[in-house]
Write a protein that binds this ligand. Structure first.
Ligand code: 5GP
Length: 235
């Protein structure tokens, strides 16, 4: 006889990952998926911004015109959406529930306003903020990207600076200094979250007295009678 004592939720979790641009979020998420793309799924957002060099439709984003984006807002297509630095960004609702029900974790790579909206809708989601190791590194990374004009870089720097102040809205903060270490930490968070007591669906404490007795007596070698009534002591 071997009875399980717990039934835990098998559903996937929603993991919201935010970071100021230049924190290295893209690399972190890429690595997370490289390590495991079976039990993790990255939601691809829609945006009204133009593709950057090297970006692909359906891989980085679904690129829409502003009008099409607005139409989709009216159609209730998005779980959340926002206007960030002059462009629309939104998380399509489609597939998210399906993935969660299949036990697959859903990663949402979104900015802070979107994360705040998700928190209202799905308070049990996990909110992780990735920080650059220092302001100097942040500036260096923003410049290195080289796909944007100076004005845009400055604008993004100011945005990033403001965003770092919002870190306390999140459950976890991970400083991205060394990529593998960063991803190890995120994986540790995801593992720990699976063990939360609020993921318990049922505790089986209905075992009958006789069954307990039988279990205790099953391997007599383990116990010795101490002579103190019927109290048992480990050998
Ligand atoms: P980028 O233009 O650099 O690709 O993205 C700008 C910001 O928009 C990033 O912080 C990114 O995480 C965020 N973002 C991307 N997709 C979404 C989305 O679907 N919703 C929200 N709220 N933000 C998003």
């Amino acid at each position: 006889m071997d009875k399980k004592m717990l039934k835990q939720k098998k559903t996937g979790q929603i993991i919201v990952i935010s970071a100021p641009s230049g924190a290295g979020k893209g690399t972190v998420i890429g690595k997370l998926l490289e390590r495991d793309n079976k039990s993790r799924w990255l939601s691809i957002s829609a945006t009204s911004r133009k593709p950057r060099e090297g970006e692909e439709e359906g891989v980085n984003y679904y690129y829409l015109t502003e009008d099409d984006f607005k139409e989709k807002i009216d159609d209730n297509f998005f779980l959340e959406y926002t206007n960030y630095a002059g462009n629309y960004y939104g998380t399509p609702k489609k597939y998210i529930k399906e993935k969660i029900d299949q036990g697959i974790d859903v990663l949402l790579e979104i900015e802070i306003e979107g994360a705040t909206n998700i928190k209202k809708l799905i308070p049990e989601a996990i909110f992780i903020f990735i920080m650059p190791p220092s302001l100097k590194t942040l500036v260096k990374r923003l410049k290195k990207r080289g796909t944007e004009s100076n004005d845009k870089i400055i604008k993004r720097f100011h945005e990033a600076y403001k965003e770092i102040n919002e870190v306390t809205k999140y459950n976890y903060v991970v400083v991205n200094d060394e990529i593998d270490d960063t991803v190890d930490k995120i994986e540790a968070i995801l593992k720990a979250e699976k063990c939360r007591v609020d993921r318990i669906e049922e505790v089986y404490l209905d075992t009958k007295e006789e069954e307990i007795h039988e279990l205790l007596m099953e391997d007599e070698e383990v116990f010795v009678n101490t002579g103190l009534g019927d109290k048992l002591q480990w050998k």
